[in-house]
Design a protein around this ligand. Structure first.
Ligand SMILES: [Zn+2]
Length: 323
């Protein structure tokens, strides 16, 4: 049973908003596009766990994307399964072109004919196991066996390994239910009672701390580098112009009454959920203070502060998942 469901990563939404708001010629544009691609594959890998997990017994408690602090570092687990006899830490991978894990803990992928190295997924998942062990000790729970597992979800690609001893920690995602049955046979002793599991579950959820990704400082990009204005949904032109209470695209003549909502969403994702009338006019690229007032009140956006310090609270997109 799923206790912490998988949600679409807000970080990808923020990266997409950033890419949309930068000129194609901007020097970090490519890095951002690559990060969107890598993180989308990461999400795809995790998403593919949902179906095989649906075959697991009801008393297996499943947690996606936990981020915990072990006293020294944060660590993140793609999927954790809690049972009374063992815990399973799953690292999901969606890797094309059959990459190799060598004996030096490197994952070697072929990137347009060039080898690209990164940390082995086995090293990653073993590290997560160790960090989870520390976390369990810190919180005073009895130690329970933790099994680390890499799940490869690309439909045709194979993760090749130089060290055959890693094979038992690797499975194809579609074979997960069978692999987990095998793992179950290794652990016969009940370590956690129902009450302990209940406490453990509560503590995992309470201690989960999502990473707050702030795209502009992260990439050292200034607000002034962003492209301002309402973007036309038909032809991507910006800025659309405000005419007779609607948005008008001078390039393709498209009109839309609500085109500013998407721009406000970009603002929230990139800057934050507080905006002033001046900030709104600057980001949406128009000058009329009256229009700003009308737009904000029409969207039912809450006003706070007084005098020159009046600000508006934009909707919380942190809770909106595009799935
Ligand atoms: Zn247009």
């Amino acid at each position: 049973m799923i206790y912490k469901p998988l949600t679409f990563p807000l970080r990808i939404c923020k990266l997409q908003a950033l890419a949309k708001r930068l000129p194609y010629t901007y020097d970090k544009y490519e890095i951002i596009q690559t990060e969107i691609k890598t993180r989308t594959y990461g999400y795809k890998g995790e998403k593919s766990l949902e179906y095989p997990f649906s075959f697991l017994p009801d008393d297996f408690r499943i947690f996606f994307d936990l981020r915990l602090h072990n006293g020294t570092h944060f660590f993140q687990i793609d999927a954790l399964i809690v049972t009374s006899k063992f815990l399973l830490v799953v690292e999901a991978k969606y890797l094309s072109k059959s990459p190799l894990v060598d004996n030096n803990n490197q994952l070697i992928q072929d990137l347009d004919g060039q080898p690209k190295g990164s940390l082995s997924p086995f090293t990653q998942v073993f590290r997560q196991r160790d960090q989870l062990e520390q976390w369990i000790a810190t919180h005073g729970f009895p130690q329970v066996p933790i099994y680390p597992l890499v799940a490869s979800s690309h439909p045709t690609s194979v993760i090749r390994i130089e060290d055959p001893s890693y094979a038992k920690f690797l499975t194809r995602t579609d074979a997960l239910p069978e692999k987990i049955k095998e793992i179950q046979k290794l652990f016969k002793e009940e370590v956690y009672t129902k009450e302990t599991i209940e406490l453990f579950t509560g503590l995992l959820l309470k201690n989960h701390q999502p990473f707050e990704f702030k795209p502009l400082p992260y990439f050292n990009i200034s607000y002034n580098s962003l492209r301002k204005g309402v973007i036309c949904s038909k032809c991507d032109f910006l800025p659309m112009l405000r005419r007779h209470g609607t948005w008008f695209c001078p390039k393709c003549n498209h009109t839309c009454k609500e085109a500013h909502l998407e721009a406000l969403r970009d603002y929230t994702l990139l800057i934050g959920d507080e905006i002033t009338s001046r900030g709104l006019r600057d980001f949406l690229a128009f000058t009329s203070a009256d229009t700003a007032k009308r737009l904000l009140s029409a969207c039912n956006i809450k006003r706070f502060g007084g005098g020159r310090g009046v600000k508006y609270r934009l909707p919380d997109y942190n809770r909106i998942s595009p799935d």
